[in-house]
Design a protein around this ligand. Structure first.
Ligand SMILES: Cc1ncc(COP(=O)(O)O)c(C=O)c1O
Length: 377
């Protein structure tokens, strides 16, 4: 279903609305309404079972958001004052926030300037006797180098958490990501590759004990624990079942459009297209380019401004500043110079609009607009 606002505003809306809904979702919602719209009922259970199977994990627990999922895991991890958690500098700050709230000290590590993912070659130097966990974020939908990260983490007895908010359906060496590591958290917020009515999340794990505890914690702790309530309502679970059935197709469209953009932008000086590591399935939640201001003949920000003013193409800068340079983290003693490679990389990122509503001719239109703006300098 295309909203009537789409055609006038597609280059802007594409950043905010990552999926497509159809009549099947509406029918599924109606069925739940006819059953008095319970919270966390049979349709959530079905969504959890199918999701666990899809991502290759033993257990999946649906929640109100990624943060709700991460909160359950953070409680189970029993974070103590002084515990350190390693987080890549290039990510959305939610990756770190909940662990700060649970009392952890965040240690930022460098992201690879080509993939924007945690750089395993820089990880070990950040590990101390107080390190409890490492969070690895599959940025833009591209899997991290999980073999290297898991090898280092296992040697140091660390909990490995995957932030898979961008990556439902992504594959590493032919396998879906969910079962790798100790926990993986997904987001079904409106901009993501699949959504459950604008908000939603899932935590997956292979650990039976943790899964049982998180189930209880999600419902106030059942009197056994001081729990919380990030439950997912059944109406969202019903939509999740349908969205899950669509995600492979939507990811395939995203991948095809991304490869088209790579070809069309190949001869554009000053814009480097996304780099893909071998043997992964990148699901292109975001199409992040890297600009070279010298070759472009202007600054990154002026380029973005001109794209909007001259062509009404909305390009955005995300992850700049890096999380260590955000005011909340500066107040904790972090700041510029902590992860210089990531800070420099983030200052060059330009996210072009990409979503499964687009077709090949939209990509032609987009690149023609980009070329006209660059040709004008
Ligand atoms: C990398 C990453 N992690 C976590 C989140 C938080 O997800 P949610 O809004 O579902 O809590 C987001 C949301 O944009 C994200 O991009």
């Amino acid at each position: 279903m295309l909203s009537p606002r789409w055609s006038e505003n597609k280059w802007k809306l594409a950043h905010s609305f990552g999926t497509i809904y159809g009549v099947e979702e509406a029918q599924a919602m109606l069925e739940v309404l006819n059953n008095w719209a319970p919270t966390c009922g049979a349709r959530v259970k079905e969504f959890e079972q199918r999701f666990a199977e899809y991502v290759g994990a033993e257990h999946a627990i649906a929640t109100s958001s990624w943060v709700g999922a991460a909160h359950l895991a953070a409680i189970v991890m029993d974070i103590q004052p002084g515990d350190e958690i390693i987080v890549p500098a290039i990510t959305f700050h939610a990756s770190a926030n909940i662990f700060v709230r649970e009392g952890a000290k965040i240690v930022f590590t460098e992201s690879d300037p080509r993939t924007f993912n945690l750089d395993p070659t820089k990880l070990e130097e950040k590990i101390t006797p107080s390190t409890k966990a490492v969070i690895t974020v599959h940025m833009c939908g591209q899997p991290c180098d999980m073999d290297s990260i898991l090898e280092i983490a296992r040697r140091h007895n660390l909990i490995v958490i995957q932030d898979a908010a961008h990556a439902p359906g992504a594959e590493y060496h032919g396998k879906k990501l969910g079962g790798m590591g100790d926990f993986a958290f997904y987001s079904f917020q409106q901009s993501k590759n699949m959504s459950t009515l604008g908000e939603g999340g899932m935590v997956v794990t292979n650990n039976d004990e943790w899964a049982e505890k998180m189930q209880k914690l999600r419902s106030h702790g059942g009197g056994e624990y001081a729990g919380i309530n990030p439950r997912m309502p059944d109406v969202q679970g019903a939509v999740g079942v349908i969205q899950l059935a669509r995600v492979e197709r939507h990811n395939a469209i995203r991948r095809k459009l991304a490869y088209t953009l790579n070809e069309l932008l190949a001869d554009v000086e000053g814009i480097a297209t996304p780099y893909e590591i071998p043997d992964v399935k990148h699901v292109y939640h975001l199409y992040n380019t890297l600009v070279d201001e010298k070759a472009l003949g202007t600054t990154r920000d002026k380029f973005i401004e001109a794209l909007w003013e001259k062509e009404q193409i909305k390009a955005i800068t995300q992850y700049d500043p890096t999380v260590n340079c955000l005011p909340a983290y500066k107040a904790m003693g972090h700041g510029e110079g902590e992860c210089p490679v990531s800070e420099k990389t983030a200052s060059r990122i330009v996210t072009l609009p990409l979503c499964p509503r687009f077709n090949e001719s939209d990509m032609d239109e987009l690149v023609e607009g980009v070329k006209r703006v660059i040709g004008d300098w």
